[in-house]
Each structure stands twice: as C-alpha cells, then as structure tokens.
Design a protein around this ligand. Structure first.
Ligand code: SF4
Ligand code: SF4
Length: 244
C-alpha cells in the first residue's frame, strides 16, 4: 500500500558496541579535530565589512564605463547591449563634435539583472566598459539598482589594473586566433595613434582603399590568408554543389 514504511534494516549489519551507541567518543574526536584546525591552520576569513577583500585583477566585479579626459570612452555602438544575456544594458546615443562622433546621451545598467558574465567587456571594441573590482552593492529599492552614467563612469586611472590585465592576458589570447591588432581595428579609439596618423597622412591613404562598387583587387581578396594557414582565397573557386 502506498505510504507504508519500509524496514531497511540489513541483517548483516554489525551491531554497535556501548561507546558507539552513546556517540560521545566520536563527538569529542570531532571537537578535537576542529580545535586542532582552529589553532594550527591559517585564517582564511576576513572581518567583513570592517576588513575588505581586494580581489585579483582577473576578478569580475560590477561593470563600469571608462572615463577618459572627462568624457566616456564609449562610442555608443550598442554592441554590449546586444551581447548582454539578461538584457541589463540600455542606452541612447548622441552626436558629439570630437573625433569619436558619438557618445551615450544616457547609459544604464540594471544591476538586478546583471550576472557579471563579462560579455560586455569582451565585445566592446573600445575597451570602454570593463569589469571592476567592486563586489558589494546594496540598494533600497529597484530604481536605485539601475545605474546611470553618474554611477557607471570611473576615471581610467582607477581602472589601469583591469586594462593592463586585458592587454597582458586577454588580447594575446584573442590575437592567436585573429590578426586583430592594427588593420582590423583602424576605427577604434583604443588605438589613439590611428587618429594622429589620420590627421597627418591617412586622408590620402584612405582614398586608395577599396570602394564597395569596385571589383576587389587580388590583394584585397586574399586578405586573411595568413591566418587561414596560407590558403589564398583569391585563387580558390567557390565550391558548387549540384542539387538533384
Ligand atoms: S556583465 Fe554580463 S550581464 Fe552584466 S552588463 Fe555585462 S554583459 Fe550584461
Ligand atoms: S560596446 Fe563599448 S563602445 Fe559600444 S556601446 Fe558598449 S561600452 Fe560603448
């Protein structure tokens, strides 16, 4: 009948002796083990919040926007908002007179939605949004959890740990797969040297670049062959599959 208790006692089980039945020796043995660890092991805990923990540079705390020379490095391209899995990011662009042409009129991250995945940092072409070391966030209500530019912007000097970490460990990993650095990144403000190159000689050089309504040259078509193991796409006919 359903719900009837089942006796699981195994007849082969060893019977407990008197000391095992009262459990006291094992209790004192356990306490002895604990006190031994308390006395001899290093302390791993901190007296938070009086004592703060300082995470390593690889730590992913709350995402922040890089502020450079008094304005956001962000060019309001929306890539981070598209990549954000819980759709925590929203923004509105505005045109500006500086070389970057656009920046966010407003930019918000809903910190109740953010899962600290770091995808926004991964996709940002400008290194304009990075994961900080801040991990203790408190809010009184839901509206307070929506961080605007006033809370998101952090001066670049305070984010150098993370930016150095990205340059040292993450960019090289990416570069192993792609010839990423200069040619692919011409329009990025990350490469400020590009702007001075553009002013000095780039305007002439850009006139000679391929235009969309022209037939691409062999050199253009073989672009990328170095990273595809030397395969020259310019001399490779596209595979045609006959359908029956
Ligand atoms: S860390 Fe992840 S969840 Fe948080 S804002 Fe960035 S992409 Fe969205
Ligand atoms: S991906 Fe970077 S540059 Fe683009 S909107 Fe996000 S923070 Fe700004």
């Amino acid at each position: 009948m359903p719900g009837t208790p089942v006796n699981n006692r195994n007849d082969d089980e060893r019977s407990l002796n008197f000391w095992e039945q009262i459990f006291l020796p094992k209790i004192f043995e356990g306490l002895g083990y604990s006190f031994n660890k308390i006395k001899n092991e290093p302390v791993y805990t901190v007296e938070y919040p009086e004592e703060q923990w300082y995470p390593p540079d690889s730590y992913r705390g709350r995402p922040v926007l890089v502020e450079e020379e008094g304005s956001p490095r962000c060019v309001s391209c929306n890539l981070c908002a598209r990549a954000c899995p819980p759709m925590a990011i929203s923004m509105q662009s505005k045109e500006v007179d500086s070389a970057k042409e656009r920046e966010p009129a407003w930019f918000e991250i809903n910190m109740l939605r953010c899962i600290y995945c770091g995808f926004c940092e991964e996709v940002c072409p400008e290194e304009a949004i990075v994961m900080s070391k801040e991990y203790d966030l408190t809010f009184q209500d839901r509206d307070e959890a929506v961080f605007g530019l006033d809370k998101l912007l952090v001066p670049v000097e305070r984010l150098m740990d993370r930016l150095d970490y990205l340059h040292t460990y993450k960019d090289p990993q990416f570069g192993q797969e792609w010839d990423f650095q200069h040619d692919n990144n011409l329009h990025s403000l990350k490469d400020r040297r590009f702007l001075s190159w553009l002013v000095e000689e780039g305007a002439e050089a850009l006139k000679t670049t391929h235009k969309r309504d022209e037939e691409p040259s062999a050199a253009d078509r073989s672009w990328g062959s170095a990273r595809s193991g030397g395969l020259d796409y310019a001399s490779t006919e596209p595979a045609v599959t006959e359908r029956s």
